[in-house]
Design a binder for this molecule. Sequence first.
Ligand code: PMP
Length: 309
Amino acid sequence: MSIAFHGAKHCWMNGEIVETEKALVSAMEPIYLGIFEGIKAYVAKDIQKKGSLNIFQWKLHVDRLWRSAAVNGLNIPYTKDQLLEGTRAAIKANGFDTNVYIQPRVWPRANEEDEKVHVVIPTWKFDTLLGRGNPKFAGQRRFMVSSWRRVASDALPPQAKSWANYQNSSLATKEAKRCGYDGAIFLDSRGFVSEGTGACLMTVRNGKVITPPVSASILESVTRNTFIEFIPEDFKIPVEVHDITRVELYASDEAFLCGTGGEVTPITSVDDIKFGEKYPGPITTKIAEYYSDLLAGNVKKRSGWLTPV
Ligand code: PMP
């Protein structure tokens, strides 16, 4: 039997490169107790490094992986540099020369009393929404406010990237599809706007970008933190981090999701209430174009956010 694994023939598993089809564990492994990271490497388009791959915000992602592990009592038996080398080896073993998604996974081994873990780094190709004139970027996306609340941080902390949190996301996504929408926005347990099912939310109102705080049960998103830094510094557009009510969300001029996977995903409407006059909105488009340039290595002052493969 041949399985495509998105073209990823090899992955890094517990310290070595193995064929993905042979990266096997027992069906009894408690994978559901695991944590993970979602990271991307983009092809450089700048003159000097054209064609090489750069990992975006490696340090912030790997630090979050360690935090997620610590919260869940998992001890990663490698250094962060060893994981970077493992990631580079996994990308090279697959011979990737296109944009690559990297998903380090850590979970406890079955029947191990000394809390040993498995650490696996699968990598695969992905299609980007970004790039000037990409028709997918401007696709219509009708969202709804989910009837499911985002997991409360005193129950299942959304700040740790655990698989378990994605059961909550899956319920909201399935409900949205059932109701004929493209996606869902969560409210937190207090009733304030939280985040999407796999990305953070940013809104634009009266020329300002507004995003809910970490205390609104969101994942502390690397993309969100990056945007909070560059939007005011590089565009002189203010970013406010504060609670948003459902009605404030409806009253936004623009709204988009931001995250490693979703990059910048414009939203047309929530609960069939449309945002603004132009879709995708001008500030959303400006951010997406700049982010795309930055990922391609074309924004020199931000090149410190890129780690060569
Ligand atoms: N929230 C959730 C629930 C997510 O799954 C993700 C994707 N990791 C994000 C936010 C965005 O986080 P990041 O920018 O670090 O990818």
